[in-house]
Each structure stands twice: as C-alpha cells, then as structure tokens.
Design a protein around this ligand. Sequence first.
Ligand code: LP5
Ligand code: MN
Length: 248
Amino acid sequence: MGSAGQKPAAFSLFISDLHLCSSRPAITAQFLGFLQNQAIHAEALYILGDFFEYWAGDDDLAQHQPIIQALRTLAHHGTHVYFMHGNRDFLIGESFAEAAGLTLLADPTLITLYGKRALLSHGDALCTDDVAYQAFRQQVRTPAWQQTFLQQPLSTRKAQIEALRQRSEQEKSGKQESIMDVNDQAVASLLREHDYPELLIHGHTHRPARHPLEVDGHKIDRWVLGDWYDQGSCLVADRQGIRNQPLD
Ligand code: LP5
Ligand code: MN
C-alpha cells in the first residue's frame, strides 16, 4: 500500500468512441459506473475522441450535466482527465473543459507512459485513403470555419449536423472497409515525425487490436481502442505494460 494520499498501484486508462447521447442511456450509465468503479483509482483517464455522438458547441452543455458533473468529481478525487477531440466532438471547447475539470489535448500528443513514449491520436487523420472525409476534415478544422459555424443559432447547427450525419452514413455504406482503416504509410510517417515512440494509441476505426509494427527498424505497438456500442472497453496501462479490458 502507498502512503496516505497516494494511489496504491499507479495505472492510466484510455477510452474513445463512446458516442454518448440521450437516446442510448445505458451507455451513459455504464460510463458513470466505469468512472465510479475503475477510473477513480487511476492516476489518469485519457478520452481520445468521439466521447459524444456529436457536439454542436459549448452552449449545449446543459443536457450533458450528469456526465460533466461525474468527470468533475473524478478530477476532484485526483484522477487527471485528458480529452482529445474526435471527428464527432471536435467543437468541444474550453468552456466544456473547464466545466468538466479536464485538460484538452492536441491531436497528436506525445506522452511518457510508465517509462515508454506513447503517441496519442483520435485516428481519423490516419485514414488518408478516405479522400472525401479528409477534404471535409480539412475544411471544418480551420478556426475560420468553426467561428462562422458557431455563430449560427444552436438549432440551425443541429439541423446541419443531422444533414451531415445522414450524408456520412450514406457515403460510408458505399466505402470499402479498407478505405475506412488507417493507411500504413500515414502511420509510419507519423511515427517517424515523432522519432519512433514505442507506442501509438488511437481509436476511431472501432477495430480494437494490438498491431506490432516495425518502422525503419524500430519496434512499435499500435494499440486501437474499441467503441462502446455493445460493450464498454478500455486500455489499462501500468509499469507492467498495456492490456485491453472489456467492461462488464
Ligand atoms: O463518425 P463516423 O465514424 O460514423 O464517420 C466518420 C466520417 N464522418 C464524419 C461525420 C460525423 O460522423 C457526423 C457528425 C459530426 C458532427 C460534427 C459537428 C460539426 C460539423 C458540422 C458540419 C455541417 O466525421 C466519415 C468517414 C468515417 O468516419 C470513417 O473514417 O468515412 O466521413 C464521411 O462519411 C464524410 C463524407 O465522405 C464527406 C462529407 C462531405 C460533407 C460536406 C459538407 C456537408 C454539410 C451538410 C450540412 C449542410
Ligand atoms: Mn471517430
């Protein structure tokens, strides 16, 4: 046991792609249980994007109060909460971060994880074969586009997002599975740019797995997080290593 105030065995948790929304209350309940039972014992919780089904702007905080409150409580208990944007919630801003007591991370972000260098990303930027999506992404990630979009009334924004969701689902059904996975060259160049970290952790593709890779003679593990559609899942990292943990 550690001394007073110290967590006994330090570990960190990684999650993504929960797609929390009011129409799937069971997932929100599972997430709140996960915070109370597991995350509260962790030194850090990393949420790597697509936490919400979609985010229309920080002026829409009210409907997510129970989640915001629970994240805040976790932070008060000493678990540092980090949040990286996904393609569905990239409009999350400082007001949300402040309300939930978490720290926003850029995509990608390099951290040191129990002595190993780990590069964190949502993962959508690595799907470079999905040319239509990448063109859309480039447009909506500019501050100018976001400023114009956020100036519209919330109801207008939500209607536009609904139209986009429909179009996205329609286009996805015509895309090959391989197009919607990461591109190996994009992964290799990202790892090269960051001087070959031992770990790459990302979500987005909903294909949880550990992919051992070799880039320019460097051994790297690419860990892919799972979604929370049928069952919650997370990665647990500690001094012993990393493991995928499905949740009950
Ligand atoms: O999320 P996922 O995994 O299902 O699909 C993604 C890509 N789709 C998206 C869209 C989101 O799912 C929808 C919700 C986002 C809310 C963001 C808020 C603010 C934006 C508001 C803009 C009006 O990210 C999907 C990928 C897939 O991952 C796999 O990688 O294939 O990409 C698409 O399907 C996008 C299309 O290929 C291109 C769409 C061009 C749209 C052009 C503008 C339309 C504006 C419509 C509204 C007027
Ligand atoms: Mn995503």
